[in-house]
Ligand binder design. Structure first.
Ligand code: ADP
Ligand code: ZN
Ligand code: ZN
Length: 827
C-alpha cells in the first residue's frame, strides 16, 4: 500500500429505503473490498444489516460523517455488475426502492440482519467437538432458548458483529434461520416401484418368473416382473425404480401391481421428483420433431438472427415443449445457460419431469419457496458458470434474479399468464417483461410461447418487433376439441336445468363416463355459494373488515371472506329485517362437487381449488389420482387450466362463462378467451377428439364465438381495435396508484389532492380517484388513481415527475398516514 487513501462505499440496505447509503471503508479493507460483496453495516439505531457494496469511491459525503463498514462477509462478489444494472432498472421502472429489489433477489440466507431469528438445524446431530468457543456458546444458548435473534446472540457472545459466525454455522448446517423453517419447501413426490432386494439376484428372479409362468392367471403379474427384469438387466446400471406413471403408460395392470406389492415382490416408495438431483441415470432421447415442428424451429432460428425476441403461437398440444427442448440442447452445446420461465412452479410438475428426463442434473428448479440452502447452492453454481450443473434453470418469476453470466436463451412459457406479475410485496414486477430486459442485458435471445398470447405480445409480433412463428395444428394432426354452447337462458325457460347443470351438459357427461372417459368441470369460484341473501330485503352478510359479501363454505360450515380470511358462523336470520328466509345465490366449486356426488353416486368426484390443495402434497395427489383414473369427474378453478396434460379426458365443461365475461376489467375479454381456450385444451389430448361445453346465457357473444371457432386471430383483430379506441395497452401504459387509509374522509381528501396535483402535470391522462370494486379490505378503505401514458412518451421522465409529486404529497402532514401503492403495468 503506497499511500493510505480514504475510500467510501455506496451500499444497498435490504429495507424499503429509496437510495443507497455511503459508508466509510476501513483501511484494512482498502485492497480487498470490491463492488458486489456483502458488508455488515450499521443502519438506524444500533441495528446491523447485510448490505451490498455497489460503488467504491473517494467522494467525501457532505454534511454528515459517514459510518464505518463493520465487516466484510465475502471474499468474492455475490452479485455481478450486470445484475446490479438489472436491479437499478427494476427499481426505476417499477418505482420500487432498490432495497426492495435486493430483498426480492437474494435468498434470505444471504442477508442476515439483527432481527433475523435462528434456531438449531433440525438435522444437527449435537456433535459439538468441531466448534470453537464462540460457536459452542451460541449452540448452547439455542439449546436452552430454542430461538434467538442475532441481536441477542451478539449480546450473549459479547461481540457486536455476529453475522460472520452465524454465516459459518448456517453454512455448516448447524443452525437455520427461522424464515427458512417457515418456508421449507414441500417437495413434489411420485410413487415409484422397485423389485424387492430378494429378487435382485438372477437366480431368485428366475425362480420367481418360473413360478409365475406356471401359475394360473398370473400372466399380468409375469408381464410386470418381466418389465422390471428387462430394465434391470437389459442395460447396465439402469435405475431399479420405475414410476407408477411409467408402468401405467406401459399398459401394465394396476391390480396386478398391487397384488405383487402385497406379495412382497414389489416395493413402493414415494420419491422426490423435482429435487435438484434427479435419480435418473438414463436420460431419454430427444423426440424426432414432426415436419411442422421442424418448420417452426427453422423459422425461430431465422427470426432470431435479426430479432432478439420471438413469439411462438402454437395451439394447445402442438408440441411447443419439444421445440423448446431442441433449442435448449443447442444452447447447452454452445456452452450457454438457459432460463426457462414458468408462471407457477407448483403447477408444473409435469414439465419438470419432462425436462429432467432429457437433461438430468443440468436442470435446476428455482423458486422463492424453496429451501434457502438449495437456493444459495443454485445461486453459486450459476454465478460461477459451473459447466456441469444447473445449466438450465426452470423457475418462477424470481429466477430472473439469478446471477447469470453466460445466458444464451430465455424461454417464457405461457407468456400470457397474469401470475407472472408480482403484486405484494414490492417490487411489483412482471416476470416476463423483466426476463426480456435481462436477456437484453445478457445478449441472450428470448422465445415466448403460448396458445393464447397476450394482446400486448401479439401486437409486437404482428408489428414486426418480435418474430412470429405459428403452429396451427396439434402434434400428429390430432383434432382440436369440438366446442359447443349450452344455452342456459333457454334451458331455464324450458325448465330443463338441473340446478346448475343444463340437460345438454348432463347428457354429455353421462355419455363420456359411459365410454370410460374422464370429465373436467371448470368453475372459477371456490367455496359453496358466494352469497346468501335475504329473500325479503336482499340483505346479505358482509365481512367485518372488508366491503365484500361472505362466501359460504360447506365443509367447514363457515362464512368466509376471501380477501382477509375473516370467518363467521352461518347466519340464520336476516340482520336487517329479521326474516329467516335466506336463499343461496350463485355457486362455487364446493357446491358443484356436492351436486355431482348426488348425481353420480357410483363415480369418483374430486375437487381442485385453493381450499382442497392447501395441505402438503394435496395438489400432487389429486393430479396423480386423476392421471391414474381413480377420479372420474374433476371439478376445479383456473388451477386446472395450467400446463396439465391428461390422456383420457373426453369432456370439459365450463359452467359459467358469463361470470368470466362480466368482470369489470379492461382485460376481461382477453382473460375469458384465454381461460376458456386453455381449459378447453385439456380435452382429448391423445387418442380421440375431445368435446367442450360452455354454459352461457349468451351463446352469440363474440368472445364465445371466437373460442368455439378456435379463432385467436379473430379475437385479436377485434380486441386490438377496442384497446386503441379506449386508450389501453399496448397503445398506452398504465400506472395505478392505490391510496389506503382506515378513515374514509381522510382518504377522500388525500386522494382528491393527489389527483389534482397529478392533473396539473399529466392533464387528461389522469383518471380518478375512484373507489375500486371492493372499497374496503382488511379495514382499509381504498381509492385508485390511474395514469394512462402514451407508449411513445418518455417513461423515465414520467416516473421521475410522478415520484416528485408523491414526495410532495407526503410532505403534507395530513397525508403522512396514507399509504400510496404504485403499480406499474397492473395485471
Ligand atoms: P404444447 O406444449 O404445445 O401444448 P406438448 O409439447 O405438450 O404441446 O406436446 C403435446 C403432446 O405431443 C405431448 O404428449 C408430447 O409428448 C407429444 N409430442 C409433441 N411433439 C412430439 C414429437 N416430435 N414426437 C413425439 N411426441 C411428441
Ligand atoms: Zn331481510
Ligand atoms: Zn374480509
Amino acid at each position: 500500500m503506497s499511500e493510505r487513501k480514504t475510500f467510501f462505499a455506496e451500499v444497498i440496505i435490504p429495507l424499503a429505503v429509496k437510495n443507497e447509503f455511503t459508508y466509510r471503508v476501513p483501511y484494512e479493507l482498502n485492497d480487498i473490498l470490491v463492488p458486489g460483496m456483502r458488508v455488515i453495516v450499521p443502519f438506524g439505531r444500533g441495528k446491523l444489516y447485510t448490505g451490498i457494496a455497489t460503488r467504491i469511491h473517494e467522494e467525501v459525503p457532505q454534511g454528515y460523517q459517514a459510518r464505518y463498514i463493520e465487516h466484510l462477509l465475502d471474499d468474492a462478489p455475490i452479485i455481478t455488475g450486470t445484475q446490479y444494472r438489472f436491479w437499478k432498472w427494476i427499481s426505476s421502472y417499477y418505482m420500487a426502492p432498490i432495497g426492495d429489489v435486493m430483498n426480492a433477489s437474494l435468498p434470505s440466507n444471504f442477508k442476515l440482519a439483527s432481527e433475523t431469528k435462528v434456531i438449531l438445524h433440525p438435522d444437527f446431530n449435537g456433535d459439538t467437538r468441531a466448534l470453537n468457543e464462540r460457536q459452542l456458546q451460541i449452540v448452547e444458548a439455542l439449546e436452552i432458548q430454542e430461538i434467538l435473534d442475532l441481536k441477542s446472540i451478539s449480546e450473549i457472545v459479547g461481540i457486536k458483529t455476529i453475522q460472520p459466525i452465524i454465516k459459518e454455522l448456517i453454512d455448516r448446517k448447524i443452525i437455520l434461520s427461522q424464515e427458512e423453517l417457515n418456508h421449507r419447501y414441500t417437495p413434489k413426490t411420485a410413487v415409484y416401484y422397485c423389485l424387492d432386494e430378494g429378487f435382485h439376484q438372477e437366480e431368485e428372479l428366475h425362480k420367481l418368473l418360473e413360478s409365475l409362468e406356471r401359475g394360473k392367471q398370473l400372466e399380468k403379474q409375469l408381464e410386470i416382473v418381466l418389465y422390471f427384469a428387462q430394465k434391470m438387466f437389459g442395460k447396465k446400471g439402469a435405475e431399479p425404480y420405475i414410476s407408477r406413471k411409467e408402468l401405467q403408460e406401459a399398459s401394465l395392470s394396476v391390480s396386478a401391481i398391487n397384488t405383487l406389492e402385497k406379495k412382497g415382490v414389489l416395493r413402493s416408495e414415494r420419491l422426490q421428483i423435482d429435487r435438484l438431483t434427479t435419480n435418473q441415470k438414463e436420460l431419454n432421447e430427444l423426440k424426432t420433431l414432426s415436419v411442422e415442428q421442424q418448420r417452426a424451429l427453422k423459422e425461430i432460428r431465422i427470426e432470431h438472427q435479426s430479432k432478439d425476441i420471438c413469439l411462438l403461437h402454437g395451439v394447445t398440444g402442438s408440441g411447443k415443449t419439444e421445440i423448446y427442448v431442441e433449442l435448449i440442447r443447442e444452447q447447452l452445446e454452445a456452452g450457454k445457460q438457459v432460463l426457462f420461465l414458468l408462471p407457477e412452479i407448483a403447477l408444473t410438475t409435469q414439465l419438470i419431469q419432462r425436462l429432467s428426463a432429457y437433461f438430468g442434473d443440468l436442470v435446476g428448479v428455482y423458486h422463492s419457496k424453496f429451501n434457502q440452502n438449495e437456493r444459495v447452492e443454485i445461486w453459486n453454481h450459476i454465478l460461477n458458470d459451473h459447466p456441469e450443473r444447473f445449466r438450465i434453470i426452470l423457475g418462477a418469476r424470481s429466477s430472473v434474479f439469478l446471477p447469470f453470466k453466460n445466458l444464451g436463451l430465455v424461454i417464457i412459457d405461457e407468456e400470457h399468464e397474469s401470475s407472472f406479475k408480482q403484486y405484494d410485496p414490492s417490487p411489483r414486477y412482471h416476470g416476463r417483461d423483466c426476463a426480456i430486459v435481462l436477456a437484453q442485458m445478457q445478449g441472450a435471445k428470448v422465445l415466448m410461447g403460448s396458445a393464447t398470447p397476450s394482446v400486448e405480445s401479439y401486437y409486437h409480433a404482428k408489428s414486426g418487433k418480435y418474430g412470429l412463428i405459428e403452429l396451427k395444428e396439434r402434434y400428429q394432426g390430432l383434432q382440436l376439441p369440438e366446442i359447443c354452447c349450452a344455452d342456459v337462458r333457454k334451458e331455464r325457460k324450458r325448465k330443463t336445468m338441473h340446478s346448475h347443470f343444463s340437460s345438454f351438459l348432463l347428457e354429455e357427461i353421462n355419455h363420456t363416463l359411459e365410454h370410460g372417459k374422464q370429465v373436467i368441470l371448470f368453475q372459477n369460484r371456490r367455496g359453496y355459494t358466494p352469497l346468501w341473501a335475504c329473500e325479503v330485503c336482499n340483505w346479505s352478510p358482509k365481512c367485518e373488515n372488508c366491503d365484500v359479501s361472505l362466501t359460504y363454505h360447506k365443509h367447514s360450515n363457515r362464512l368466509k371472506c376471501h380477501y382477509c380470511g375473516y370467518t363467521s358462523a352461518p347466519i340464520g336470520t336476516c340482520h336487517h329485517c329479521g326474516s329467516n328466509r335466506l336463499k343461496m345465490i350463485g355457486f362455487g366449486t364446493e357446491k358443484i362437487e356436492d351436486e355431482l356426488a348426488i348425481l353420480y353416486p357410483d363415480r369418483q368426484v374430486a375437487r381442485m381449488d385453493l381450499d382442497s390443495t392447501r395441505s402438503k402434497n394435496a395438489y400432487q395427489e389429486i393430479i396423480s389420482q386423476f392421471e391414474n383414473r381413480q377420479i372420474d369427474l374433476l371439478i376445479g378453478t383456473q388451477m386446472l387450466s395450467k400446463g396439465l396434460d391428461f390422456d383420457h379426458v373426453g369432456l370439459v365443461g365450463i359452467l359459467d362463462a358469463d361470470m368470466l365475461l362480466n368482470r369489470p376489467d379492461f382485460r376481461a375479454f382477453e382473460r375469458s378467451f384465454q381461460l376458456m381456450t386453455q381449459v378447453a385444451g385439456r380435452a382429448g389430448r391423445k387418442n380421440e377428439r375431445g368435446k367442450v361445453i360452455i354454459q352461457t346465457g349468451d351463446p352469440e357473444h363474440w368472445i364465445i364465438q371466437k373460442v368455439i371457432q378456435h379463432d385467436y386471430e379473430g379475437f385479436y383483430t377485434n380486441e386490438i381495435v377496442e384497446r386503441r379506441n379506449y386508450f389501453y395497452p399496448p397503445f398506452y401504459k398504465m400506472i395505478q396508484l392505490t391510496l389506503k387509509h382506515k378513515d374514509v374522509d381522510t382518504l377522500n381528501q388525500s386522494a382528491q389532492s393527489l389527483a389534482s396535483s397529478l392533473r396539473k402535470v399529466f392533464k387528461e391522462r389522469v383518471l380518478g380517484p375512484e373507489f375500486p370494486m371492493i372499497q374496503r379490505i382488511n379495514q382499509y378503505y381504498q381509492k385508485q388513481i390511474i395514469l394512462k401514458i402514451e407508449r411513445e412518451a418518455s417513461h423515465t421522465k414520467v416516473k421521475e415527475r410522478l415520484t416528485g409529486l408523491i414526495d410532495e404529497f407526503y410532505s403534507v402532514p395530513s397525508n403522512k398516514a396514507v399509504r400510496v401503492v404504485v403499480d406499474v403495468d397492473p395485471a
